[in-house]
Design a protein around this ligand. Structure first.
Ligand SMILES: [Cu+2]
Length: 329
């Protein structure tokens, strides 16, 4: 016979957290909350929005639409800096939906030539929208100042491990970037995934695809930047195995055909494609899908690894050099 001795211990981790427990002597894994220094620059520049090479006078974070994907873990600290270079013409701002901080102080617009810094703790896991909030916000989002931040759950076992991950950000395209009234009137000309019209549609000029292998669990971190339209996200030929509202593993749905993601919202979608083939991921709001919001997931046994957000910036097909015809004899 033996006695299990119980101890009460209190651990204080770097002043951040206090953990108390009663039980056998267990040395807990220390809480390694990280601090991430994230810097972005507002860049007013042309971007390419389709495979024909059409240019659009965008406002961006870091010169790309969407802006770079930020990825941290639940509990991490983000020290964020936004620079608005003196060469820009307009005020800009940054609003992280993953943060819980005073918007008046932190999300205010700064003029060209200024910078702003603020810090937040990413307390809740999920996929979150970020965007410029300078007035008129509808225009700053429509012109490209948006992106995604992934906050991975601290407990990686809170959901199944994904074999492959992608970020897709839906947004509306207005041909005239200065026509704010058209934005208020919802007169969009196209709808984009990751800043491109039919960017992942292999039957369209310059279009790509999203790759996976059969039976892989493909995780799509989906953000709807809007500014106005709702997305009805649906995998043609498949069913979402799981949908996680706001990307939080606690918000789990099972066997979902179509899931609505409103403007300024996000969700995580898991699909396991059983057999090789093509599976278009669309918003089933067809006026949007048929104007650009189709991403074809191609399942093939020889699928290669792919980046989280493929083709940013857009890779336009290089025009072929004209071949001089051989003179006739
Ligand atoms: Cu802006």
């Amino acid at each position: 016979m033996f006695t299990i001795r119980f101890f009460r211990r209190i651990f204080v981790c770097a002043g951040l957290a206090t953990i108390a427990f009663t039980g056998p002597v267990i040395i807990p894994a220390p809480a390694f909350a990280k601090t991430h220094e994230v810097s972005m620059t507002a860049v007013e520049t042309d971007v390419i929005i389709d495979g024909s090479g059409e240019k659009y006078a965008a406002w961006t974070f870091n010169g790309q639409m969407p802006g770079p994907v930020v990825r941290v873990t639940e509990g991490d600290t983000v020290k964020f800096t936004l620079s608005n270079p003196a060469t820009n013409k307009y005020p800009h701002a940054m609003d992280f939906h993953a943060a819980e901080i005073d918007f008046l102080k932190n999300y205010r617009a700064i003029n060209a030539g200024e910078t702003i810094e603020y810090t937040f703790i990413a307390k809740k896991p999920g996929i979150f929208f970020y965007h410029c909030g300078a007035p008129p916000m509808i225009q700053h989002i429509a012109r490209g100042m948006f992106g995604a931040i992934i906050v991975d759950p601290k407990n990686a076992k809170a959901w199944p491990k994904a074999d492959r991950e992608y970020v897709l950000v839906q947004s509306e395209h207005f041909k005239n970037p200065d026509d704010v009234q058209a934005m208020f009137d919802r007169k969009f000309d196209g709808v984009m995934f990751n800043g491109g019209i039919f960017k992942y549609h292999p039957f369209v000029t310059g279009g790509g695809k999203i790759d996976a292998k059969p039976n892989e669990r493909v995780r799509i971190y989906f953000v709807n930047a809007g500014p106005n339209e709702f997305s009805a996200f649906h995998p043609i030929g498949e069913i979402w195995d799981n949908v996680y509202e706001s990307g939080n593993p606690a918000n789990k749905l099972t066997g979902v055909q179509t899931y609505v993601v409103g403007p300024g919202s996000a969700a995580t979608f898991d699909v396991v494609v059983e057999s090789a083939g093509a599976y278009p991921l669309v918003t089933h709001s067809l006026t949007a899908a048929l104007r650009g919001a189709i991403a074809v997931l191609v399942a093939s046994p020889d699928a290669k690894p792919a980046p989280l957000m493929p083709m940013v910036p857009w890779k336009v097909a290089v025009p072929q050099t004209e071949i001089t015809p051989v003179p006739a004899h």
